[in-house]
Ligand binder design. Structure first.
Ligand code: ATP
Length: 249
């Protein structure tokens, strides 16, 4: 039996959880690449390091896509960067002009958080790996929303015209389906220019925070593995993902 490629759920723990479960249940022969889960609400939406992604009913896009990488983790480096670029370009197709990308996994609008990307991984390190690409994109949040401890915004704030959630989902799926094979074949290179144009902190003074370590410098974009390039004392050094947060200095 073939699993349907796009499934729409009501309330889930998280759309990433649904695809994780299903990727374990499906056999190798069953096609699962590109499988999508959308939901109206999440009871356990997550950000990085177990932080909560506030996910009120019907107010945002809660979206996940599964993609299998046959060459293990190596082939996946920079995936969240690529997904950010695709999401930002999709928003641009709907008329959003003010959105920016914040390394490594967030989309901002007018300096406030609009969307987050969470990539989770299933499978062996050196064999085939399933990436679960999660996106939470705020569409129209309730006015009295509680529980977000930083500035945030939604798409209705950035667009004067009404937009269709279905059309947006459809475009996002199409754009990811088109971009993922390009990324598999060529890595991040085809996406770096778009990143640079939308980079929230490019050429600005920032602090990188990781645990109790802090490094101050000037952000100089990304390299083709997705590392953040930071200039300190006239030297530019790459910083790799995972635990690092970037803030304005
Ligand atoms: P980093 O810069 O390290 O990515 P972050 O605080 O942006 O830090 P994420 O893991 O990307 O961390 O996202 C989780 C954070 O996003 C939460 O701690 C909260 O501050 C914020 N947040 C939670 N839900 C939402 C939402 N619906 N819209 C905007 N921001 C949210």
């Amino acid at each position: 039996e073939q699993a349907s490629l796009v499934q729409v759920e009501n309330i889930v723990s998280s759309t990433n959880d649904i695809l994780k479960q299903q990727s374990q249940e499906l056999s190798q022969e069953q096609s699962k690449n590109g499988m999508v889960c959308l939901a109206e609400a999440q009871t356990d939406g997550r950000g990085r390091r177990g932080r909560k992604w506030v996910s009120p009913y019907g107010a945002s896009l809660y979206f996940s896509m599964l993609w299998q990488f046959d060459n293990g983790y190596q082939a996946m480096s920079g995936l969240s960067i690529m997904v950010g670029v695709v999401l930002n370009n999709t928003l641009a197709q709907f008329g959003v002009t003010s959105s920016r990308l914040k390394w490594p996994n967030d989309v901002y609008g007018n300096n406030k958080k609009l969307a987050g990307i969470l990539i989770e991984v299933e499978g062996q390190a050196d064999a085939s790996v399933s990436a679960i690409i999660g996106i939470g994109l705020n569409l129209r949040l309730p006015n009295d929303l509680q529980g977000i401890d930083q500035a945030f915004t939604d798409l209705s704030d950035l667009l004067e015209k009404p937009f269709s959630r279905n059309e947006l989902s459809k475009k996002l799926i199409e754009n990811l389906w088109l971009a993922l094979p390009v990324f598999e074949a060529q890595g991040l290179n085809p996406f770096i220019e778009d990143w640079d144009e939308a980079d929230l902190y490019k050429n600005q003074e920032v602090v990188l925070i990781s645990g109790d370590k802090r490094v101050k410098g000037v952000a100089r974009g990304i390299d083709n593995s997705g590392a953040l390039l930071l200039e300190t004392d006239q030297k530019i050094k790459p910083y790799y993902g995972g635990e690092i947060s970037v803030r304005p200095a």
